[in-house]
Design a protein around this ligand. Structure first.
Ligand SMILES: *Cc1c(COP(=O)(O)O)cnc(C)c1O
Length: 292
């Protein structure tokens, strides 16, 4: 089992928020575990349990060379005494970047997959070939999003329910975490901030994930697609300056890929009067600052 540290809800105080008559809180889930942090802890929890139930000692998963999911899976496997294999998109580059170097140190075996093959990773033939090569394993998809991940995020909402809020905000990559929030919070409002360019397809993905999990259609949520800063892992000076200023003002670190974009999006939405006055927003700090 993975250790879990209870996490605080922290109010973000500023003149701007006070003048706008808004209350903004941050659920500091980045503090739940030093290496399997934020939403990745919850996304992996039931995957690990399921692997164990099936008697699997080996996890195999996919990710890009900077993937938080690869990083977290390597650490989680080690903590649970399991083996792990990371199928990394692209060619090996030495020296390893800090994500892959960490994964290696945690015992993950890295294998590189050409971009072309990587696109076929979900096809049965491809998975069969991997089984021939590596023997039995428990497969976790890229980004870790599957029904077990959603189950974990639904469980996470029990802790989030304790806080009073009008809107829950979170960054969206694959949408697995958001689907879990919608399914778990039921009728409460959820707003996702896409970190991907042209993120409109995420609305369809999140609808499908939520429906497949609950058998219900929810309408009290939406995804903002204006705050991607050029796309996945892209950033610019405005975003970097914002993150730096936020850390100076509030002593909270945000990452450039996910939480920085979400927080920028929330504050900008307030500026644009997209929220009613006297609204309470709870934002999820989903982690992503590797090494805790
Ligand atoms: C992986 C990740 C996300 C995205 O989660 P999805 O379930 O794929 O939408 C958000 N924030 C951080 C910090 C992450 O590492």
């Amino acid at each position: 089992m993975l250790a879990y540290n209870e996490t605080p809800v922290q109010q973000i105080q500023s003149d701007f928020l006070e003048k706008a008559r808004m209350r903004l809180f941050l659920k500091r889930e980045d503090l739940n575990h030093p290496f399997v942090s934020g939403n990745k802890w919850w996304k992996l929890k039931y995957n690990l349990e399921e692997a164990r139930k099936k008697g699997q000692q080996k996890l195999l998963t996919f990710g890009g060379p900077y993937s938080n999911h690869i990083y977290a899976t390597a650490a989680a496997a080690k903590a649970c005494g399991m083996e792990s294999i990371g199928m990394i998109r692209g060619e090996e580059r030495l020296p390893l970047n800090s994500t892959l170097e960490f994964a290696c140190r945690e015992g993950m075996k890295l294998h590189y997959v050409s971009r072309e093959m990587y696109r076929k990773k979900a096809e049965p033939g491809f998975v069969k070939d991997l089984e021939k090569k590596f023997g039995d394993f428990f497969l976790i998809p890229e980004g870790g999003t599957n029904e077990w991940a959603i189950q974990g995020c639904v469980e996470w909402t029990k802790k989030i329910q304790e806080t009073k809020f009008d809107y829950l905000c979170l960054p969206v990559g694959t949408g697995g975490t958001m689907a879990g929030m919608i399914a778990g919070l039921q009728e409460r409002n959820v707003i996702g901030f896409s970190v991907l360019k042209d993120g409109d397809f995420l609305t369809k993905d999140v609808s499908k994930l939520t429906f497949d999990y609950t058998g219900k259609v929810f309408s009290n949520w939406r995804i903002e697609t204006q705050y991607h800063f050029g796309g996945y892992a892209k950033s610019n000076n405005a975003l970097q300056d914002f993150i730096q200023q936020f850390e100076q003002d509030h002593d909270i670190a945000l990452d450039r890929v996910y939480t920085g974009k979400m927080m920028f999006g929330i504050l900008d939405s307030i500026k644009q009067n997209k929220f009613e006055r006297e609204t309470t927003i709870l934002a999820l700090h989903t982690g992503g600052l590797k090494g805790g």
